[in-house]
Design a protein around this ligand. Structure first.
Ligand code: MRU
Length: 348
């Protein structure tokens, strides 16, 4: 426990609320530059989410909540009658910034559930955003504890995308579990997919593990199946952007193929999420919108064209893993083996 707390203290927060503005670590520039953005209005917040200055489902939700406060203050100070309707309209725009991560809509719905007919509604909204942020920090701790308890000694794990401090409010979801298991001396090897095309694994996960002085080996995404076949991997541990009511999981593109490979090689799979990522209003994976991004993310790297001229690209940035490929769903409300609707509904 002491070690887990040490890891938490060391972990990095990608957003810092400053009452009249939000500071965000610009993840587009990592690992080479650590630059902070100053966001003073909801349009800047929407741009930051859309352009991936902040990413990762829980971090997007927290950022959106603070964006809602900035918008409310601007609408309230305008003195216009019916400022609340204008505010709701702005939140609807913000909700479009990224369609797959349900934490965005979840956080905005929670902000909108606040009774605004009080003397100081903006202060009340600010308290709610801070509560969302604090709850995620506490939740990360629970997830790390529950997930790491499943892992046996001398384990080898593989993860995909970035699910650590940069993607959340604290130590992370899947990466929080891995960090905790490492601190408990349970891991012999940590492998991380580089995560094409945006390279969340090589740019962000490796950076975070480095900050914790935890060694990891990067692999190209296409090496995951061979890694499992040749290196006796014990666990594939990932986060999610949305878990449907039946347990289907939307996560970073490449998760599905890694999950299929895990099933073929008897590698156990763990999906680690805060409850805010579970969407009981979405029946199954088919109903989850999959974000499509510009093909330039594939044909260029760091602004440099790498594909042949005229090459076109198809760039869905998430995929759906059917629930039957998930061995454990870890949430702060409980751990579910072989998730399915009735088991998830029991935690509602
Ligand atoms: O496109 P991104 O970088 O926002 O995608 C992030 C992921 O897919 C993460 O795995 C997911 O949000 C879980 S973050 C704790």
């Amino acid at each position: 426990m002491k070690q887990a707390e040490t890891a938490l203290e060391k972990c990095f927060q990608p957003m810092c609320w400053q009452h009249d503005h939000l500071q965000l670590l610009d993840q587009r520039l990592l690992p080479h530059q650590e630059q902070w953005l100053r966001l003073e209005g909801i349009n800047q917040v929407a741009d930051a989410i859309r352009d991936l200055a902040v990413r990762g489902a829980p971090a997007i939700g927290i950022t959106a909540a603070y964006g809602a406060v900035l918008a409310a203050r601007a609408c309230w100070q305008s003195g216009v009658t019916g400022w609340q309707e204008a505010w709701v309209g702005e939140l609807a725009q913000l909700a479009q910034a990224r369609p797959t991560a349900v934490n965005l809509r979840w956080a905005l719905a929670r902000m909108q559930s606040i009774d605004l007919s009080i003397a100081d509604p903006v202060n009340r909204l600010e308290q709610e955003a801070i509560a969302i942020h604090r709850e995620d920090i506490a939740c990360n701790r629970e997830l790390a504890k529950a997930g790491s308890a499943l892992i046996g000694p001398d384990s080898k794990v593989l993860t995909h995308c970035n699910t650590g401090p940069l993607a959340t409010g604290a130590i992370g979801t899947a990466l929080g579990v891995i960090i905790a298991a490492w601190q408990q001396g349970k891991l012999s090897n940590i492998y991380a997919d580089e995560t094409r095309p945006w390279l969340q694994g090589s740019r962000l996960t490796a950076w975070e593990l480095n900050r914790h002085q935890i060694p990891c080996q990067l692999i190209i995404d296409g090496a995951a199946a061979w890694l499992m076949a040749s290196q006796a991997i014990d666990w594939l541990i990932v986060g999610a952007d949305r878990v449907a009511a039946n347990g289907d999981v939307a996560n970073k593109i490449g998760t599905y193929s890694a999950m299929l490979a895990a099933k073929a090689h008897a590698v156990k799979t763990m999906v680690v999420v805060p409850w805010s990522t579970v969407d009981m209003d979405t029946d199954c994976g088919d109903d989850i919108p999959i974000e499509q991004r510009n093909g330039s993310e594939i044909v260029t790297i760091a602004g440099q064209q790498i594909a042949a001229d005229q090459a076109q690209a198809w760039n869905p940035v998430f995929d759906i893993t059917p629930a039957k490929l998930v061995d454990f769903l870890v949430t702060e409300r409980g751990v579910i083996a072989n998730p399915e609707y009735s088991k998830i509904a029991a935690l509602v």
